[in-house]
Design a protein around this ligand. Structure first.
Ligand code: EPU
Length: 418
């Protein structure tokens, strides 16, 4: 298993390029199941979760051809409409094939995900929604079986709570359903909007993505398309925090600043200066000591839960007390205990973390527990005195493309050891 060895100290300088969004690319790959024609996706990040999804699609019946960041998926027929436990347990986003499979093959068998490091993460809302579209759902032997022998029919689905992949799954189911579907209390994340754009390029009729009501007029058939995935806002946000925590002068290029509004606002309150040298770049400098600022995670356009761990690392270096409230997942503070091993002063109370700073962090051996927790440990390592060794970096490889190379090019002393 690979580890990262980081020597803290250097302020990051120069430019870092953002990759395509993992969480936009995952549903885009699943959407390719909806047509028997080729779908070509550009700017697909080369991360492990994408390789896992690609493997799943190939098992289902897709042919995949990758060239750099471009991936073409062609599914002439659904050979096996199934997502096995072996894949779902390593990546819960595998549940995204449920909607497209029921829509195209009229049946699907998908393993239930089981436990997760950041919270319960059930898929009940995907299932209730599919039932409302006319699928019969059965659970047996740890698997969900969904059948719609006559095809799905449009319906109004009101989500009990906002779910990102639930919204995406239902969109993919509804585009081939008979009649109109309305999704209410839908997720407004940019990844949902990107999926709607791809589906419309494939001939679907989706309206309202980016608002909390999304409408789909079902069509008979979808066709092939070409689409470029949006930049990864969480990766870009992680680099902005890297610039802030090292008090460097860093420009994050190839990003969409519109998608980073909540983080930019927070970072500016902490004392960072952020400018937009061009429409797809953000430059961050921190000319004065950082101040503590409270944060509460929310659905988009609020502050992303996927940036909470990184922000916590930053608050260990800020003057004052920061209250961090996690409202999306019930158990997403695993990084706090590892940060504490490096010298951070963090108190946990249910869904709240209280971070007192600034504290001098010292390098230590730490363990990555999930993707974003690992990113926060990398950030802490960049400012810790001495050497930080992060174990189980396969978590970070799930969602960050060559993070150590990108950070090293900006001056960080980080290397991967096998
Ligand atoms: N929820 C339910 N029932 C459901 C679905 C969700 O109770 O059927 C609950 C969840 O347990 C959670 C909340 O609703 O408490 C929100 O979960 P959501 O469904 O929105 O999360 P997700 O779709 O499984 C996506 C991202 C996550 C990101 C969350 C929240 C992808 C592939 N994953 O997950 O990304 O944290 O939205 O924004 O898009 C990551 O990239 O590190 C990551 C975990």
């Amino acid at each position: 298993m690979d580890k990262f060895v980081i020597k803290g100290g250097p302020a990051l300088q120069g430019e870092i390029l953002t990759s395509g969004s993992k969480n936009a690319a995952l549903p885009a790959l699943a959407a390719a199941l909806l047509t028997d024609e080729p779908v070509t996706l550009r700017r697909v990040p080369r991360v492990r979760d994408i390789r896992t999804m690609q493997r799943l699609l190939v098992d289902i019946g897709s042919k995949a051809a990758a060239k750099g960041e471009t991936l073409t998926l062609h599914t002439p027929a659904i050979v096996s409409p199934e997502a096995p436990y072996e894949l779902v347990k390593t990546m819960r986003a595998s549940a995204l094939v449920l909607g497209p499979l029921v829509a195209r093959a009229r049946s699907a068998r998908v393993s239930l995900p089981g436990g997760c490091a950041i919270g319960a993460r059930p898929i009940n809302l995907h299932l209730t929604g599919l039932e409302q579209l006319g699928a019969a759902i059965r659970q047996e032997h740890g698997y969900i079986e969904a059948h719609a022998p006559e095809g799905l029919r449009g319906a109004t689905v009101h989500f009990d709570r906002i779910t990102v992949t639930g919204t995406e799954d239902l969109m993919m189911a509804a585009v081939l359903a008979r009649g109109e579907t309305e999704l209410r209390n839908a997720a407004r994340e940019p990844e949902v909007v990107d999926l709607a754009e791809l589906l419309n390029k494939m001939g679907a009729r989706v309206e309202g993505a980016g608002t909390s009501t999304i409408r789909m007029q079902g069509v008979e058939k979808l066709h092939g398309a070409e689409h470029t995935i949006i930049p990864d806002r969480i990766e870009a946000g992680t680099f902005l925090v890297a610039g802030a925590i090292t008090r460097g002068d860093l420009t994050v290029t190839g990003c969409n600043p519109e998608h980073l509004g909540a983080l930019i606002a927070k970072l500016m309150q902490t004392g960072a200066e952020i400018t937009r040298p061009d429409p797809t770049a953000l430059r961050i400098r921190v000319p004065r000591p950082l101040r503590s600022v409270d944060v509460t995670t929310e659905e988009y356009p609020g502050f992303a839960t996927d940036l909470q761990a990184q922000y916590m690392a930053l608050m260990t270096q800020a003057e004052g007390i920061a209250l961090i409230v996690e409202t999306i997942f019930e158990n997403r503070f695993m990084h706090a205990l590892e940060l504490a091993r490096m010298g951070a002063n963090i108190r946990l109370d249910g869904r709240q973390a209280i971070v007192a700073g600034p504290r001098t962090l010292t390098g230590a051996g730490v363990i990555a527990s999930d993707l974003r927790a690992s990113a926060s440990l990398v950030l802490a390592g960049l400012v810790a005195k001495g050497e930080t060794v992060i174990d189980r970096v396969y978590h970070i490889d799930r969602g960050y493309e060559k993070i150590e190379e990108k950070l090293a090019a900006a001056g960080a002393q980080i290397r991967r050891v096998e």
